[in-house]
Design a protein around this ligand. Structure first.
Ligand SMILES: [Mn+2]
Length: 451
């Protein structure tokens, strides 16, 4: 049986000394997380050392109290994560009963970690790339379940890069952002949480997150504190992630203004107003467009640019990269290729209920091979399909995608060439095989002539 929802930590319960619970095994192996510095120190076993001199005694006591606090927070995180992944929300329907004090503690803990992260963090392979989630919590759970085995829950079995846009649109932004923040605190190196354009105050004030918080926390003072608290933390999120020193990940797109990797590293953090930094604006907002010789203003979004193949080639060359991964645009199959060197990953399935797309994630193996896992939309009568969206009409101006994987231009050219050759062979009325042999003989003859 699952434990009941955990107690609120501000009046942190005293942890039983003998309590070596399951979740302790899951506790963070790293020492640099926000709350887990006591992990592995070994100092929490045995009584306080009384041989210390008197003036230090009080601070030792304080330290012990702090340590207890941290252990209690870790315990609370583990219990909450356990309940959340099993979708045990309590009696109040699909909203997990978060307390405002718990949220504020989580925000403080995750901020401590995000503060230390540079604008471009690094990740090793193998890694899983997750695109936009937009408050569709059940899709995140389906993603974690893909990596579950007999011993571990899926979130422990691989590294993840999340491309941003956790909040807005869907109904359970808080479930998503809270579980990801808690996981980030417990396993900071296993989770890269990048900033999306919806992790900006002006956007998530208007597109659902603020409304969801108001609905869940009726006290306006509390709901405002929570809303501002999240947005303060969002300003500390990194803007990009370098995978295996070769693949650059971001939410929106590349920027023709970045000439070196250092240009990204120089973006100030925390970044309250993204629009003050042109490279950050492109990283969070830009979109690729087929057949563009240069950047053009992104009129659909009213921010940033559309970039073309040449810009992509230049940035890849200048920054010594092989590929770009980004989210930001709904794709009917959950993913899409651009110019063979950029992949869009969009993980929220049935983003528009009237035009149900698949979601997808991308797995990059240790050998650099890339594969996709697809998230099929729930049938319309599924309880998760019933969650009302914070969305007005289906905004068709945002449908950039054809619904099919874009054929890379090189491949298209090769196929067209093949088709032409076939046609000409047919016109000559000879079989392809015969033609090839004839061609080979002619080639040989020509070579003999040359000699
Ligand atoms: Mn976006």
């Amino acid at each position: 049986m699952d434990p009941p929802p955990p107690p609120i930590p501000p009046s942190l319960p005293k942890e039983e000394k003998t309590d070596k619970t399951k979740e302790a095994e899951h506790s963070q192996p790293h020492s640099e997380n926000g709350v887990g510095e006591t992990e592995g120190s070994g100092a929490n076993t045995g009584p306080v050392d009384t041989s210390k001199s008197r003036p230090r005694r009080k601070s030792e006591k304080d330290k012990k109290l702090k340590k207890e606090d941290k252990q209690n927070i870790i315990k609370y995180f583990n219990q909450t994560i356990n309940s959340l992944v099993k979708k045990k929300y309590g009696k109040k329907g699909f909203y997990y009963p978060f307390k405002s004090a718990e949220i504020m503690i989580t925000l403080a803990a995750v901020k401590k970690i995000l503060k230390k992260e540079p604008p471009m963090i690094e990740m090793k392979v193998p890694v899983v790339i997750v695109g936009d989630l937009h408050g569709q919590y059940s899709d995140l759970i389906r993603i974690f379940d893909m990596f579950r085995d007999d011993t571990n829950p899926g979130y422990l079995n691989t590294r993840y890069v999340f491309l941003g846009d956790y909040v807005d649109r869907g109904r359970q932004s808080l479930e998503i952002i809270m579980i990801l923040f808690m996981l980030k605190v417990l396993y900071p190196r296993q989770f890269a949480l990048l900033r999306g354009n919806h992790e900006c105050r002006a956007i998530n004030k208007a597109y659902g997150f603020a409304a969801e918080i108001r609905e869940r926390f009726l006290d306006p003072k509390k709901s405002l504190e929570i809303f501002e608290g999240f947005n303060e933390v969002f300003t500390h999120l990194p803007l990009s992630c370098l995978v295996a020193d070769s693949i650059l990940c971001m939410h929106g797109g590349i920027s023709s203004k970045m000439k070196t990797r250092d240009d990204i590293m120089k973006i100030p953090k925390p970044l309250k107003d993204v629009s003050t930094n042109p490279i950050a604006t492109d990283l969070l907002w830009a979109d690729p467009m087929i057949g563009l010789p240069c950047d053009v203003p992104n009129k659909v979004r009213g921010v940033s640019v559309y970039f073309g193949e040449e810009t992509l080639d230049n940035v890849l060359n200048d920054l010594n990269l092989t590929m770009v991964f980004r989210g930001h645009q709904m794709m009917m199959n959950g993913f899409n290729f651009y110019h063979n060197k950029l992949i869009t990953v969009f993980s929220a399935a049935a983003y528009y209920p009237d035009k149900p797309n698949r979601g997808a994630i991308c797995c990059i193996g240790a050998d650099g091979r890339i594969g996709f896992k697809v998230i099929i939309p729930h049938p319309p009568d599924h309880p998760d399909s019933q969650l009302k969206m914070f969305r007005g009409e289906h905004d068709t101006s945002n449908d950039h995608d054809t619904g099919y994987v874009t054929v890379a231009p090189q491949l298209a050219a090769a196929l067209a060439h093949k088709e032409e050759a076939k046609k000409s062979r047919e016109e000559r009325g000879a079989s392809g095989q015969h033609d090839k042999e004839e061609d080979k003989e002619k080639e040989k003859d020509r070579e003999k002539e040359k000699e």
